[in-house]
Design a protein around this ligand. Structure first.
Ligand SMILES: Nc1ncnc2c1ncn2[C@@H]1O[C@H](COP(=O)(O)OP(=O)(O)OP(=O)(O)O)[C@@H](O)[C@H]1O
Length: 235
């Protein structure tokens, strides 16, 4: 059996020290298989962003254990030196706002990442166009981001998160600005990509439109996670 894409045990994060200390994560346990899409749901201040940042090696946890793809990344301290390389090669991020670069066309917004990773420009553009087509925005490949609708921009942001084929994608409220049909379309795409590329995807969301689509959900309350079965309805 494949190693879990994400395995987390007793993960904790404390911000600050002494009287000002805030225990944002108090003990998170989580196991996510390659190809799985799970929802992460919790009230404001419960620790969702902190958990995504720890999983994405953007901030350092303060206790516990975390392995990505079977490789220990944190065990009371970082186990990997090149965290930037880890983020670049293993993790894709999707945010609520697409954050596309306004002066690059859609293709180059995506091709930039493989180019930075050392791929020849032509190959990087080919990878970008292939993904844009898979996400049904191939016809907008030469447009500039400002010419796209909100849903199209979000699909381009998803293409960018997937272009280096990371085994893990962390999506923070990716459907918040979208109407029901477009939100469900984004979820359909994430599910399809997870299946096709065996990507493990965590979706932080408050969005009632998409919550019933998850097969598995982690609820986070006061810095602790609770696993539950989702409805797993077709998006
Ligand atoms: N840099 C920081 N320094 C100190 N405390 C922080 C910091 N970032 C977050 N916190 C605190 O940690 C707790 C968890 O915050 P976090 O942003 O992870 O919650 P969240 O669930 O993402 O909230 P929201 O849904 O409102 O974005 C909160 O009490 C917050 O005030």
């Amino acid at each position: 059996m494949d190693a879990p894409a994400i395995e987390v045990r007793g993960l904790g994060k404390r911000y600050g020290e002494g009287d000002a200390a805030v225990d944002a994560l108090k003990g998170v346990d989580m196991t996510i298989a390659p190809g799985e899409v799970v929802g992460l749901i919790g009230p404001s201040g419960s620790g969702k962003s902190t958990l995504l940042k720890c999983l994405g090696a953007v901030i350092e946890p303060t206790k516990g254990f975390m392995a990505l793809g079977g490789v220990p990344v944190f065990d009371g301290g970082w186990k990997i030196r090149d965290l930037r390389g880890l983020r670049r090669d293993s993790i894709g991020f999707v945010f609520q706002a697409p954050y596309l670069i306004p002066f690059l066309d859609v293709t180059d917004n995506i091709a930039l990442l493989p180019m930075l990773a050392g791929k020849p420009n032509r190959e990087a553009r080919r990878m970008a166009v292939e993904l844009l087509e898979a996400l049904d925005v191939g016809h907008r490949a030469k447009a500039s981001p400002a010419e796209l609708s909100g849903g199209e921009q979000q699909r381009v942001a998803i293409a960018r998160a997937l272009v280096n084929r990371p085994p893990i994608v962390l999506a923070d409220e990716p459907t918040a600005p979208l109407d029901s049909e477009r939100a469900l379309n984004v979820v359909r795409i994430l599910n399809r990509m997870a299946e096709q590329y065996r990507t493990a995807i965590i979706v932080v969301t408050h969005d009632e439109k998409i919550i019933p689509t998850f097969r598995r959900i982690y609820r986070i309350r006061d810095g602790r996670t609770y696993e539950e079965a989702g409805e797993g309805r077709a998006a």
